[in-house]
Design a protein around this ligand. Sequence first.
Ligand code: NAP
Length: 473
Amino acid sequence: MTEYPMRIGGQDVRTSEARQVELPYDGSPVGTIYLAGSEQVAAAIAAAAAAAPVMRETTLDERSRILRRAHDRLAAQREEMALAVSSECGKPLKEARAEVDRACQTLLFSSEEAHRLCGEVVPMDASPAGKGRWAMTLREPLGVVGAITPFNFPLNLAMHKIGPALAAGNAVVHKPASSTPLSAVLMARLFEECGLPKGALNVVTGPGGSIGDQLVFDPRVKMITFTGSAEVGVRIRNLAGLKRVTLELGSNSAVIVEDDADLDEAVPRCVAGSYAHSGQVCISVQRIFVNRRIRDEFVERFVAGAAQLKIGHPHDPSTDISSLITVGEAERVESWIAEAVEAGARLAAGGRRQGSTIQPAVLTGVPPEVRISCREAFGPLVAINAYDTLDEAIRLVNDSEYGLQAGIYTRDLGKAFLAARRVHVGGFLINEVPSYRVDQMPYGGVKLSGAGREGPKYAIEEMTEVKLVCWKG
Ligand code: NAP
């Protein structure tokens, strides 16, 4: 397939504005999309609004079966979908295959959660005025959910919105990132083949500013579920009024490595967590705080590990590191490295740019005020700094406007749980990197990293309304 028209109400939709999607590695064309104007966005919202009552009436069994069929079909199309994902976002094929496998898991968990969608009995007569009353809660779908997704996990992060939304009985308008719309269109078709009612999943492709605003302002859209940058997320939050909003935003994730850590375990995991998809992962390991007593050994082993990574074309199955999403992003990362070095950091390895690709960079002694320390880098680099006490390490981890996930490597459970209690994040990992995620776990951030939780069980809570039904017998 070379042409990827939008899907609105179960129909292909083209506009007069066609655009090439390019492989970020070398700019070669990988598909044609069409840019939506306000007419197409309005049509998608209307199609979803028409499908919402149909979805609401589907049984849990029907929703679960559709999601299960989507899981089975996606698993059967693993290679085709992995190639589409790798082509649109430039991630190495082996990571794209892993993303397809995770998207299958997300659909499976969504299918299972559809079976568990229920309210609870309310103990009314626990209150003196409740005598003789019985009550229960129902979880009802919201109606139309607007899903806006980023470029870095174009498939799985879309499934984290679409799977739970459909399990909860909603209809969806999905706006994928402009650079990565191919898998979104393929998934809309796949869902229709699995028996999803027409209009229950619509995909509009085009610029975030205009489409996003239209979704946020249209009163028929009851919720915006957004994954992307803090800048856009805060803007949506400020414009959304009473509309329900969940925000999965960025971070500059940190891990602490104590002097009793198992370095055979910690070093390879930190290397993998720092450079997967060239660091373009919201929970990429960006800051490593190492106990000063083992700092030199850690850095030496880390640099050796980073040197093993093979840089190359994303479609080469042996490639570990490929390009960033654009040359401009690679230039930005390059300039952040230069800024840190100018401020006194040591570039221990990597950092050289060729087009949109950057060699995995290791920086040590990075001052706290430079952007690599305090902003989200979203590139293949890591800042390794030494600390003397665990209290100091915890303070350094918390010295961030973000709070998505963090981790610690130590054999001492007392230290581990002290850090788990004191570090202010949405998820804390002991003897694991903060980049670790499985798709059923509650996932989301505090501070500038967002609001609300994903993972099908938790997303369904966000995507349903609790209604109380009380009966006086
Ligand atoms: P982005 O620039 O914020 O874009 C995300 C999505 O928002 C895209 O679909 C984009 O469309 C759209 N958009 C842009 N402007 C908009 C507006 N004014 N209103 C509504 N939507 C708008 O983010 P990105 O560069 O694609 O992704 C990287 C960011 O996502 C990083 O910060 C990363 O940490 C974050 N992220 C977070 C998580 C998480 O789960 N916490 C996971 C992955 C990524 P266009 O592409 O058309 O501009």
